[in-house]
Write a protein that binds this ligand. Structure first.
Ligand SMILES: N[C@@H](CCC(=O)N[C@@H](CS)C(=O)NCC(=O)O)C(=O)O
Length: 229
């Protein structure tokens, strides 16, 4: 039976949430049927009777799971015969490190380069909430946070050095084929691809090649979400 994925949606059904992309890729990796339920920021409270303050949330025929990592662990447990998302216990432990790496080193750099673009990509009804909550978080206006981003592109390039180094030895963080660890970093880069026209990766960067391979997975699941123009 089909699993429902509550995914954060901006204007025109554009889904860019880095955490929801982890879940979407994990569902596809497991080969599961799922339907996306597009949800605005201000509608999250109504999802599954207020089960979570954040997305993604999945509804597996009445069984509600929130938190991207918990969703991946749930799918791994409930579909043990489908391709593994972690490749064993060590893979779960490694995913926690990659999650921390993305949270500490990648996403803060990325959000400061596209937070105003994210705002503009949202449905009008969600924009005041987003502006107010993010300006409070950053202690500055969205315009101020994003200004001067051209000078910060090297900081993102540097933050991706570990991935670039690894790609000299293997095509995926998971080794010969992608695992959930790949989807964590993939989600962090799909976020600005869909929400912002500002190019984050240099075309000749091996990371850009890895990301393009990720976009092509599962019949182009990632690619089918249009890039921001
Ligand atoms: N730890 C959560 C974080 C999810 C998260 O922060 N999701 C964002 C969308 S990218 C959200 O729903 N934010 C709601 C809000 O800011 O009100 C996870 O891994 O699922």
């Amino acid at each position: 039976m089909t699993i429902a994925l509550y995914d954060l949606a901006g204007k025109d059904g554009r889904c860019f949430s880095p955490y929801c992309w982890r879940a979407r890729m994990a569902l596809a990796h497991k080969g599961l049927d799922f339907e996306v339920r597009e949800t605005g920021f201000t509608d999250i409270g109504a999802v599954a009777d207020g089960a979570s303050r954040t997305l993604p949330v999945i509804d597996d025929n009445g069984w509600i799971v929130a938190e991207s990592m918990d969703i991946a662990l749930y799918l791994e447990k409930t579909h043990p015969d489908a391709p593994s998302l972690f490749g064993g216990e060590g893979g779960v432990a490694a995913a926690r490190f990659i999650d921390a790496f993305a949270l500490a080193n990648l996403m803060p750099v990325i959000v400061r380069m596209c937070v105003k673009d994210i705002h503009d990509a949202l449905q009008a009804k969600d924009q005041p909430y987003f502006r107010e909550s993010r300006e409070k978080r950053f202690g500055a206006t969205l315009e101020e946070v994003q200004a001067g981003r051209e000078a910060r592109i090297d900081a993102l390039h540097d933050a991706l050095t570990p991935l670039r180094m690894m790609l000299k030895r293997q095509p995926w963080i998971g080794g010969d084929s992608p695992l959930y660890t790949d989807y964590i970093v993939f989600g962090a880069l799909q976020w600005p691809r869909v929400a912002s026209p500002f190019p984050m990766l240099k075309p000749d960067d091996p990371v850009a090649e890895w990301f393009a391979r990720g976009l092509a997975l599962y019949d182009g699941l990632g690619e089918r979400m249009p890039a921001a123009a």
